[in-house]
Ligand binder design. Structure first.
Ligand SMILES: Nc1nc2c(c(=O)[nH]1)N[C@H]1C(S)=C(S)[C@@H](COP(=O)(O)O)O[C@H]1N2
Ligand SMILES: [Mo]
Length: 173
């Protein structure tokens, strides 16, 4: 192959790499935007409140560390950023907690977990988190665990730490 041919091939490769990087930058920006717009819904009978990331962050942002145990893997310690899940209930009209029998969290993959009022109201227990070690959780499509995840600080195992959480339903039973 001539020197000229090799140089041409290299030039073409550099252009392809450059264009790909440019396109992926756009992709990343879009994903970041989608994540910023990530919504989480709270429902109670006919009532429904849709929270955006900014609203949620304004409801008592806290950072804490917790060890994720389960899935047959060694425990992993993370710093999570989020707010107490119960703080999301304030927006939903006049909820009489005595009428709520069960708090059900639903995830994008169909995973569902239930909490009692006592668990929801306990101090430092159930959080909705959106950052892990200071980084957004990413989405299910990205291989991430968010944009929102539930962390149950008082559960020794992560069975109920719902990834890709999209809704909290207050059920009267
Ligand atoms: N949406 C969703 N969340 C989930 C699960 C799941 O299957 N789907 N599995 C749970 C279980 S059993 C465990 S042990 C942890 C595992 O968390 P990890 O994937 O971050 O390691 O996620 C929990 N949250
Ligand atoms: Mo698990």
């Amino acid at each position: 192959m001539s020197k000229k041919a090799i140089v041409s091939i290299l030039v073409v490769l550099v252009i392809i790499i450059g264009v790909t990087a440019y396109l992926q930058r756009g992709d990343l920006a879009e994903r970041r935007e989608l994540m910023e717009k990530a919504t989480f819904m709270v429902t109670f009978g006919e009532e429904q409140v849709i929270h955006e990331m900014a609203d949620i962050r304004g409801l008592g942002e806290t950072e804490f560390t917790a060890v994720l145990r389960g899935g047959g893997r060694p425990g992993r310690e993370y710093t999570f950023t989020g707010v107490p899940l119960r703080n999301l209930i304030v927006g939903i009209g006049e909820v009489n907690l005595a009428d709520v029998g069960m708090f059900v969290v639903k995830s994008a993959d169909g995973f569902t977990v239930a909490f009692t009022s006592e668990e929801i109201m306990a101090e430092d227990n159930i959080y909705i988190v959106y950052k892990q070690n200071g980084e957004p959780l990413g989405t299910r499509a990205d291989g991430g665990t968010g944009p929102y995840r539930i962390v149950v600080r008082q559960d020794p195992f992560a069975m109920r730490w719902a990834r890709y959480a999209v809704e909290l339903e207050l059920k009267t039973e």
